[in-house]
Design a binder for this molecule. Structure first.
Ligand code: B12
Ligand code: SF4
Length: 511
C-alpha cells in the first residue's frame, strides 16, 4: 500500500456514485482512501450544515491526517455550503491540497478555483490517478510542491500558475465503462455525518436500496439541464451516451446483494434507462434469474415503447419516473427545448398503463417566469388526458448556472443578470423553497396561478377526477385556500403511500 492518503468528501450525498468510483480507482492503484459522506440529501427538508457537523468533520479529518482532500461539488444548489466548507477546510489544513471536482467544478472552473488549490473537470476516473501520483511524488520531494511541468501533464486538471488559472485538456470520455472497478462500498474507511452525528462505516451497507448506473450520458438537450453544457464541453471527445454490458451491470448488482443484508430495491440512476432494445432483452432475461428484486428507472416520453416496457415489467420494473415537464407545447418546445408533442406524451402514458408498471410518476417543471395562466391551463388539460394510474411530482424551475434557459430568460427580459446571481447565491434552504403553491402578492393573477397548479395536482387522484368539473366553477377559482386544502389532502395520501411502501419493504423477509 502506498503512503499518500486521500480523503474524499461526498457533499449532501451518501450514495455519491462519483466519489465511490474515484475511491475504487485510487485503491486499485494502491492508494489508501477514506470517504466522508457529509450530510444526507433530503429535498423536503434541506438545510445548511450546522456548527456541530462542521466540527465533527474537521475533527475526523485531523485524526485521518490526509495528504490530499477531494470535495465533490455535483450541484450548484448547495454551492453556498461547498464554499463555506472549503473556507473552513483551508483554514484548518493550510498545507493539505484541496481539490474540487464534480459537475459544478467542471462547468465553472474560474469560480470554483477561488475555493480550492486544484480542481478537476469532467470524468476523472483515470485523471485522478495522474493527479494523486503527481501530488504524492511532490510530497516526497524536498520542497513538497509539484513542479508546473508535472501539473501540466495531468489531464482534466486546473491549477494556478503566476496568478493565472491554467486548465489542461480533458481526457476523452470514458468509453470502457466495464473496465472500471465497481464503486467502492463497505470497509472501515468510511464515515457518515448527518443530523449532528458521526457514524463510522458505510451507510450504504444498511440501506434498503442500491443505486447504480448502467450507462453514462443523455441523448437529449433540454435547456434547463447541465447535460447540454457537459455535452458541449466534450464535443469531439467521443460518444456522449455510453452503455455498460449486461454482464458488468449484473455483476455489480450481485456484489450489492451479497454485501447488503437489507437490500430490497434497485435504483438505476441512468439519465435515460436502456435506450437499446437488444440490451434490454438480454438484461431482462438475466436480471430476473440473477437479481430478482424490484427496480426503478428514469424514462423519457420519446424512448418508451411497448415491447421494452413489457420486458421490463416482466423482469420486475416497479417504478418509472418520466419528465413531461410542461403541458404547454410552447413552453416545452421554445423554452425547455423538448421536442415531444402532446400526442406522443399521451401515447406514452397509454403504453405505461397497458404495461401495468406498478408506479408511474410524471415530473412537471412549473412556476417559471415564462409561464402564463394559459400555459398552466394547458398543462391541466394535458394531465386530465393522461392514462391513469400515475402520480405527479411538481417542481419549480431552477436556473442552473450556465444553462441555455438562463440565456433565454435574459434575451426575453424576464430576469436580469442580478436576478440570476441572487437565485444562485441562495442557501440550500431557500433553493428548495422556490416552488410557490401559494401566492406572494395576493394579486388576482397569482391566485389564478395557484388555482391551476392545484387543479393540475388533483388530476392524478381517482377520487378527484369526477369532482374536477365542479372545481372549475367560479366559486373554487376565487378560493385558493379551499383548493390548497384539497391538494394537501392528496399530497398527504401520496406521502402516506410512499412511507408505508418503504416500511413494508423493510419488513419483507430476505430474498
Ligand atoms: C444520478 C443523479 C442524481 C441522483 C443521485 C446523485 C448522487 N447522490 O450521486 C439524485 C436523483 C439523488 C440526484 C439529485 C440531485 N441532482 Co442530480 N444527477 C444525477 C446524474 C443523472 C448522474 C450523476 C452520477 O451519478 N454520475 C455518475 C458519476 C460516476 O459521475 P459524477 O458524479 O459526475 O463523478 C465524476 C466526475 O464528476 C468527477 N468527480 C466527481 N466528484 C469529484 C470529486 C473530485 C475531488 C474529483 C477530482 C473529481 C470528481 O469524477 C467522477 C468520475 O468520473 C447527473 C447528470 C450528470 N451527467 O452528471 C445529475 C446532476 C448532477 N444532478 C443535478 C441536480 C441539479 C441535482 C439536484 C440538485 C436536483 C434537485 N433539484 O434536487 C439533486 C442534488 C442531490 C445531491 N445531493 O447532489 C444536476 C447538477 C447541475 C447543477 N449545475 O447543479 C445534474 C448535472 C443534472 C442536471 N439537471 O443538470 N441526482
Ligand atoms: S432528458 Fe433529462 S438528463 Fe437528458 S437533457 Fe433532458 S433533463 Fe437532462
Amino acid at each position: 500500500m502506498k503512503q499518500f492518503k486521500t480523503v474524499l468528501i461526498g457533499l449532501y450525498n451518501s450514495k455519491a456514485l462519483g466519489v465511490r468510483q474515484l475511491a475504487a480507482v485510487l485503491k486499485e492503484h494502491g492508494y489508501p482512501v477514506s470517504i466522508i459522506f457529509f450530510k444526507d440529501f433530503n429535498s423536503l427538508n434541506a438545510h445548511s450544515p450546522t456548527e456541530r457537523e462542521y466540527d465533527l468533520l474537521l475533527d475526523r479529518l485531523r485524526e485521518l491526517q490526509p495528504d490530499c482532500i477531494g470535495l465533490s461539488v455535483m450541484s450548484s444548489l448547495y454551492l453556498a455550503a461547498a464554499q463555506e466548507l472549503s473556507r473552513r477546510l483551508r483554514a484548518a489544513f493550510p498545507a493539505v491540497p484541496l481539490v474540487w471536482g464534480g459537475v459544478y467544478a467542471t462547468l465553472f472552473p474560474q469560480e470554483s478555483a477561488a475555493y480550492c488549490d486544484y480542481l478537476m473537470r469532467g470524468e476523472c476516473d483515470e485523471a485522478i490517478v495522474d493527479l494523486v501520483n503527481t501530488l504524492a511524488l511532490a510530497a516526497a520531494s524536498p520542497d513538497g510542491t509539484p513542479e508546473p511541468a508535472a501539473l501540466a501533464r495531468v489531464p482534466n486538471l486546473c491549477y494556478r500558475q503566476a496568478g493565472e488559472l491554467i486548465c489542461n485538456d480533458l481526457n476523452p470520455l470514458q468509453t470502457d465503462l466495464d473496465g472500471l472497478p465497481f464503486p467502492d462500498m463497505g470497509g472501515d474507511d468510511k464515515y457518515h455525518i448527518t443530523n449532528g452525528q458521526l457514524t463510522n462505516g458505510d451507510p450504504q451497507l444498511s440501506s434498503i436500496s442500491y443505486e447504480m448506473s448502467a450507462s453514462r450520458g443523455c441523448p437529449f438537450v433540454c435547456s434547463y439541464c447541465s447535460s447540454l453544457n457537459l455535452k458541449r464541453l466534450y464535443r469531439g471527445k467521443g460518444s456522449f451516451v455510453r452503455l455498460r454490458s449486461v454482464a458488468s451491470t449484473l455483476a455489480e448488482l450481485q456484489r450489492a446483494k451479497q454485501k447488503m443484508k437489507n437490500l430490497r430495491m434497485i435504483w438505476f440512476w441512468d439519465e435515460i434507462f436502456a435506450d437499446d432494445e437488444d440490451w434490454v432483452r438480454e438484461f431482462t432475461r438475466e436480471y430476473r434469474k440473477k437479481i430478482g428484486l424490484p427496480f426503478n428507472i428514469w424514462g423519457h416520453p420519446l424512448k418508451i415503447n411497448k415491447r421494452v416496457m413489457d420486458m421490463l415489467v416482466e423482469a420486475g420494473l416497479h417504478q418509472v419516473v418520466v419528465g413531461i415537464q410542461h403541458g404547454s407545447p410552447r413552453i416545452r418546445k421554445e423554452i425547455y427545448f423538448r421536442r415531444e408533442t402532446d400526442a406522443q406524451i399521451l401515447a406514452m402514458s397509454r403504453i405505461l398503463a397497458a404495461a401495468k408498471v406498478p408506479e408511474v410518476i410524471y415530473d412537471l417543471i412549473l412556476d417559471s417566469p415564462f409561464e402564463t395562466v394559459a400555459d398552466l391551463e394547458a398543462t391541466y388539460l394535458l394531465c386530465r388526458q393522461l392514462k391513469k394510474p400515475f402520480q405527479l411530482q411538481l417542481h419549480g424551475l431552477h436556473f442552473l448556472p450556465g444553462t441555455d434557459i438562463e440565456k433565454i430568460a435574459l434575451e426575453q427580459g424576464v430576469l436580469t443578470r442580478q436576478d440570476l446571481q441572487r437565485l444562485h447565491d441562495r442557501p440550500i434552504e431557500e433553493q428548495y423553497r422556490s416552488f410557490l403553491w401559494w401566492t406572494h402578492t395576493g394579486s388576482k393573477e397569482d391566485r389564478t396561478r395557484a388555482y391551476w397548479k392545484n387543479m393540475i395536482y388533483l388530476t392524478q387522484f381517482n377520487w378527484a377526477t369526477p369532482l374536477l368539473p365542479i372545481f372549475k366553477a367560479g366559486f373554487f377559482q376565487t378560493r385558493p385556500g379551499t383548493m390548497n386544502l384539497l391538494r394537501t389532502t392528496g399530497n398527504g395520501w401520496n406521502l402516506f403511500r410512499r412511507v408505508s411502501r418503504k416500511a413494508i419493504l423493510r419488513l419483507k423477509p430476505g430474498r
